[in-house]
Structure formats: C-alpha cells, structure tokens
Design a protein around this ligand. Structure first.
Ligand SMILES: NC(=O)c1ccc[n+]([C@@H]2O[C@H](COP(=O)([O-])OP(=O)(O)OC[C@H]3O[C@@H](n4cnc5c(N)ncnc54)[C@H](OP(=O)(O)O)[C@@H]3O)[C@@H](O)[C@H]2O)c1
Length: 270
C-alpha cells in the first residue's frame, strides 16, 4: 500500500534506537524526509546513516529521489533541545513525540523534582512540540502528530507511577486539542500506546523489577511473556509500521485516538 506521504518531512524524537527508530524506519521507507533526535551523538549519527541508506534503497526501488535524513544530538525535554531540533526544518508535516520514560520506583521516594522531570519529559515536551508545529500544518492543510505514550495510560503498571501520572496528563490534553478546529484543517493528533516491546527500555524495567522483588530476570521475562495473549514481546518494526499508517493519507479520519499495540495484553472489552 502506498501511504501517500512520500516527500513529506517528519520530526522523530528519541529515534536512535527502540520505538522511535522503528517509527523513523517505517517513515523513511515511505519516502518521508527525516529530522531525527536523541541525546547521545554517536549512536544517533549511526542510526541516521542507516536510515539514510534504507531510505535511498527504498526510493531507488520506486524510481524516486532519496529522502533526506538530518540529525541533531539534543535533549528534546529542554527548550534548547527543542529549538535545535525545530531549527533543522521550517515546515514539519509529521511529528512523532517521544523521549525516555520516567524511572520505575516507589512513589514514596519521588519528590517534587522527580515529578516535575516526568511531567516535563512525558507531558510538557510533546505539548511544546505540538504548539510549535500544528498551526503551520493547519495552514498547509495536512499534519500528523503521533505521541508515543504507553499502555500504562489504560492499565497502570505499579512501579511506573511517574509514567502512569505524567502520560495521563498528555492524554487528557490531546483528547481536547485533537477535536479542536485543527481537525477540520487536515491535522490529526493520536497517541500510540506500546505494551511490552523488546527494547532497551523494557530490559531496564525488568532489571528494576528483579532488584525490587529479588526474582531472577529470566523468570520475570517468562512470566510477562506468558501474560501476553500473543505470547511474545512486540518489535520496533511493527510499532513503526502502525505509526507510519497513522501518518498516512489513509488515516485522515483517525483522530484523537489512543491506539494500543500490546499483543492483546489489555484485558478490557473497550
Ligand atoms: N519498550 C516498551 O516496552 C515500552 C512500553 C511502554 C512505553 N514505552 C515508552 O516508549 C518510549 C520509547 O521507549 P523505547 O522502548 O523505544 O526506549 P529505548 O529503547 O530506551 O529508546 C529511547 C530513545 O529515546 C532517546 N531519548 C531518551 N531520552 C531522550 C531525550 N530526553 N531527548 C531526546 N532523545 C531521548 C534515546 O536516545 P538517548 O538516550 O541517546 O537520548 C533512544 O533513542 C519511552 O517513553 C518508553 O517509556 C516503552
């Protein structure tokens, strides 16, 4: 299926590995130009050159020009980081918001500073990126915002209280904004909710649980996998494919949704 977004330009945050990289990969394969962001310069430069090569190969197969891939090593949760990312391109058509999730732990140990950091990274940063880009998208008649949030928004995870809380704030904000006048101007805003995906973040969560419970990591991994009807963790590639579809012309009527990708793990009917 041609997603109809070749030649568009996307900002993809947290894109040197994991789910952000999966989204960047699926978009560049569709001919979308990229600006990719992460904090560590070397892994990001490596990811950007892999993305450029894959984009060029896919474009050659279609007989089209290769999409560009720019990268900037920046902390997207800071005003300076966002300024650096937004400076690399004037008119983004697609923005994928993403940053590392807050650390796991016990709410008794979190002070105001820990909460402000979580809210800054997982609520206010996406809102700032949306604020900087949606009016231009609306003026041009096309825009796609995809926020990578978490299945924890629908089914909270006990040790991820900072994530449960901060991301719910973003979800509430997006529910309202996505249904504003922007919707009539070709701009959609959706949240993509990962369940368990095989990335470094998931490995870190297991390590923290093992430390807290004293159980071996292998046992925790096996238990979690068995609790997922699909009997496996998701891959960054399949996550990216869903993101690219939400950014496509075919998804113009999907707006304000919380799209869960979790192998059937969420136990509710709705
Ligand atoms: N994997 C899962 O099972 C799962 C489940 C639910 C929710 N999530 C959420 O989905 C998001 C992505 O997770 P993931 O599994 O892809 O994590 P990951 O594999 O650890 O990758 C995170 C990516 O984001 C970048 N990053 C982190 N903080 C950043 C910042 N402040 N500014 C710019 N880039 C930043 C990282 O690079 P640098 O470190 O170099 O910056 C890396 O490229 C996280 O918010 C996570 O909590 C993941």
């Amino acid at each position: 299926m041609d997603l109809g977004i070749s030649g568009r330009t996307a900002l993809v945050c947290g894109a040197s590995k994991g789910l952000g990289f999966g989204c960047a990969l699926a978009l560049v394969e569709e001919g979308v130009n990229l600006v990719v962001v992460a904090r560590s310069a070397d892994p990001l430069a490596d990811a950007a050159s892999r993305l450029a090569a894959i984009g060029a190969e896919a474009a050659a197969r279609r007989g089209a020009a290769a999409p560009f891939v720019k990268h900037v090593a920046a902390d997207i949760t800071t005003p300076e980081g966002r300024k650096a990312a937004l400076a690399l391109h004037a008119d983004f058509d697609i923005v994928v918001t993403n940053a590392g999730g807050p650390p796991p732990g016990d709410f008794r140990d979190w002070d105001r500073e820990a909460w402000i950091k979580a809210v800054d990274a997982n609520m206010l940063t996406p809102i700032e990126l949306i604020k900087a880009t949606v009016d231009g998208m609306a003026a041009r008649g096309f825009g796609r915002i995809v926020n990578i949030t978490s299945s924890a928004v629908k089914a909270p995870i006990d040790i991820l209280g900072l994530s449960n809380g901060a991301r719910s704030g973003l979800t509430g904000f997006v529910a309202g904004l996505s249904r504003s006048a922007l919707a009539g101007k070709g701009v959609t805003i959706n949240n993509l909710l990962p369940g368990a995906f095989d990335t470094d973040r998931l490995k870190g969560t297991f390590a923290a649980s093992a430390q807290k419970t004293g159980q071996p990591i292998d046992a925790l991994v096996a238990k979690r996998r068995q609790a997922i009807p699909a009997q496996r963790f998701g891959t960054a590639e399949e996550f990216g494919a869903t993101c690219a579809f939400l950014c496509s012309m075919h998804a113009a009527y999907i707006n304000g949704q919380n799209v869960l990708i979790d192998g059937g793990a969420y136990p509710g009917t709705y």
